[in-house]
Write a protein that binds this ligand. Structure first.
Ligand code: NAI
Length: 215
């Protein structure tokens, strides 16, 4: 089965499988049954089997899953078997926080540049990466290999920047600006909206007995 046939719900669950399997690997666990994994993850064993069957199974009857193998296979499905160069557009609070977060590197995501319009930020170094003038962005993209651009600018600036990034060949946009971007379909956008997550939390707090939603 091709990746495009896999439901979004399954894809949304894969990072969580990957994280659990990574934790097990750190504890030197060699194999795990779908029942044990399901108890840990609070997902039914049949859900796990169904999800992984989308990609050919990986399990063996009577053995369960080999943790290292499953972790690496899910990593491949998630595209984590290679490195990604990231640039961050907007070096304000959020942009700097992202640049300061070291754990992305462990997963193969490397921040190669930050860009801003604010002259007071240009030249400042965040974990060894200098904030550059936004006017140099096009040239930077044409001379460096950039896979992903994180957009952490005010929402009024996001649409134009996204259009420019698409025009200059960026294929992945990690959008934090609270707006839906209209960009060509060859560009993949992943939106991250903490405020929407908070709204879901407030909904669940007000409607009491709502279990954690399954992504
Ligand atoms: P901020 O004001 O600290 O940073 C924004 C930065 O963008 C500033 O340094 C500004 O000079 C720069 N900027 C403005 N126009 C630009 C342009 N055309 N090109 C390059 N840089 C430009 O704001 P903060 O708190 O870092 O938030 C940034 C964005 O992220 C906002 O849109 C905010 O709504 C959003 N946000 C989203 C969250 C989420 O969960 N998705 C959480 C927090 C903020």
């Amino acid at each position: 089965m091709q990746k495009k046939d896999i439901s979004k719900a399954v894809i949304n669950r894969l990072p969580r499988y990957y994280r659990y399997l990574g934790d097990l690997l750190e504890k030197d666990v060699v194999r795990i049954s779908s029942k044990e994994l399901s108890e840990k993850m609070k997902v039914t064993a049949s859900q796990i089997r169904q999800d992984l069957n989308n990609f050919g199974g990986f399990g063996q009857q009577g053995y369960g899953y080999n943790v290292e193998y499953l972790h690496s296979e899910i990593g491949k499905i998630l595209g984590l078997d290679k490195n990604y160069n990231i640039i961050i557009i907007g070096a304000g609070n959020l942009g700097q926080a992202l640049a300061n977060y070291v754990d992305f590197e462990r997963r193969g995501f490397f921040v190669k540049g930050l860009f801003d319009v604010n002259p007071r930020l240009i030249g400042v170094s965040i974990r060894g990466v200098e904030v550059m003038d936004i006017d140099t962005l096009e040239e930077f993209i044409s001379t460096n290999s950039v896979d992903i651009a994180a957009l952490t600018v005010p929402k009024t600036k996001a649409a134009q920047l996204a259009a420019d990034l698409a025009k200059w060949g960026i294929k992945g946009i990690w959008n934090f600006a609270p707006t839906d971007l209209q960009i060509p379909k060859e560009v993949t956008v992943e939106n991250v909206h903490l405020a929407e997550s908070l709204m879901k939390l407030s909904y669940r707090l007000s409607s009491k007995d709502n279990p954690e939603d399954e992504e």
